[in-house]
Design a protein around this ligand. Structure first.
Ligand SMILES: [Zn+2]
Length: 446
């Protein structure tokens, strides 16, 4: 079974206090970034973290008013705790490629490690960092790791910024914008112009879909130029290996279209050259494929013929930025991610275990739950090549349609088709995805 794009699902119902008060940035932080690097290791049954190093980076581009996460999202979660007072001063949910890997068949027979890290504003005083992982089977976040940071230690490495950066779309103060940084992968020294064009194409394509179109002035897009020794990216299934800056390759988890990078620290190194909230990697490839992982990174081929390039950007960014799940059925190597009695944390799919916890429920009106699919062949199966294209003028009922999160049964989606589903025949997000995208933009820019 070969897949196209994935995110991960697991579940909610847990204890991050929605009432934690926000902290004042100036009380606890300096205007630069601390990066915490570690190794995420284990197999299907065991998960461990190993400390690597603490790094100081020059810019803090994030919002200063929303420091403590109020939502319960992601397969991982980290907290930064002020050591003196015991107060949580920063926290975020996120997901990782490793947490997808542990749900693959390979993780049942071998243990593995991947380099990871995350960033937060640079604390003024010593802090404790805690990392939590969500159990797929229960949806609960379990504390896995804790580390005390001496902020004045001379072992805190000062990172070097020596790569060229340029603006692609600049609208103002990074603290009040969603800051995307585009990284080059698989472009050689003399393909810089091609990368610059790809960045402009990204901006144009990205803003061509609502609700990004009407929020154009809330985004900054910058790019980092990191040339590769060889042109293109690696395609193991075709025995093609290329020496590139970030070592992107297709066939991740043996899924042909899943083009990813395992060494997240190398991505963070390149990204640190610019102020950013979110990292998107443009690869010099014509082969359709990519991926997006919540609060981690997005990546896709920048040179696919036809309209797929632009749709891929938008779809993968939906995973990465908003934590939207794939609404399609099939196509994933992973198993054991969504369980019948656990409500997925992703806003656009449900197991009906706790639909009440989602904004989707408020938008539903009196649609029957689950909603029967009785229209065209296409609505029954958007991947059917004979299916008619989506007609945006036709009113579509928001409902709770069975099939989503790669599963035919037991997981439900808001519309028969959406940009987070089989997007070749559609140009719009369902009302649930649209609303979540808007909410996330507001959170970054308030
Ligand atoms: Zn949707």
């Amino acid at each position: 079974m070969k897949k196209f794009f994935l995110t991960l699902g697991a579940c909610a119902l847990i204890g991050i206090s929605a009432l934690s008060a926000q902290v004042k940035f100036e009380d606890y932080f300096l205007d630069k970034t601390m990066r915490f690097d570690f190794y995420h290791a284990g197999d299907a049954n065991t998960e461990m973290y190993f400390f690597d190093e603490v790094i100081e980076e020059p810019y803090w581009a994030g919002n200063k008013n929303y420091l403590v996460e109020q939502r319960d999202m992601g397969n991982q979660f980290f907290k930064v705790i002020d050591k003196a007072s015991g107060k949580v001063i920063y926290s975020r949910g996120y997901s990782t490629l490793f947490s997808e890997w542990i749900a693959t068949p390979e993780a049942k027979i071998v243990a593995k490690a991947m380099p990871e890290g995350f960033t937060f504003p640079y604390p003024k005083n010593d802090v404790i960092v805690e990392i939590y992982t969500r159990e797929y089977k229960t949806g609960k976040l379990i504390k896995k790791f804790s580390y005390e940071i001496d902020v004045d230690s001379y072992f805190v490495r000062k990172s070097k910024q020596d790569l060229e950066i340029f603006d692609v779309h600049y609208t103002g103060n990074p603290g009040k914008r969603v800051d995307i940084v585009l990284l080059s992968e698989g472009y050689t020294e003399n393909e810089k112009e091609k990368f610059v064009k790809a960045c402009q194409g990204f901006a144009e394509d990205f803003f061509s879909y609502s609700p990004y179109t009407e929020n154009k002035d809330k985004f900054n897009i910058r790019a980092v130029w990191a040339p590769s020794k060889e042109s293109g990216v690696s395609i193991p299934g075709e025995n093609l290996w290329r020496n590139t800056a970030l070592k992107a390759h297709y066939y991740t988890f043996d899924s042909e279209r899943y083009q990813m990078i395992e060494d997240y620290q190398s991505i963070l190194d390149v990204a640190s050259n610019a102020p950013y909230d979110l990292i998107y990697i443009l690869t010099n490839s014509q082969k359709y494929g990519g991926g997006g992982v919540y609060n981690f990174y997005g990546i896709s081929a920048a040179d696919i013929p036809g309209p797929s390039t632009r749709k891929t950007y938008s779809h993968e960014f939906g995973h990465q930025f908003v934590g939207l799940a794939d609404e399609y059925v099939g196509g994933a190597e992973m198993s054991d991610i969504y369980f019948p009695n656990v409500e997925p944390w992703e806003p656009n799919i449900t197991t009906l275990t706790n639909l009440e916890s989602k904004d989707w429920k408020k938008l539903l009106g009196d649609a029957p739950i689950p909603t029967p699919v009785k229209q065209s062949a296409w609505e029954l199966n958007p991947q059917n090549p004979k299916a008619e294209p989506f007609n945006p003028n036709k009113p579509w009922a928001l409902g709770v349609y069975e099939g989503g999160g790669y599963l035919q049964h037991g997981v439900y989606r808001p519309w028969p088709n959406c940009m987070m589903n089989w997007f070749h025949k559609i140009d719009v997000y369902c009302p649930v995805c649209s609303k979540e995208i808007q909410n996330t933009i507001d959170l970054y820019t308030k």
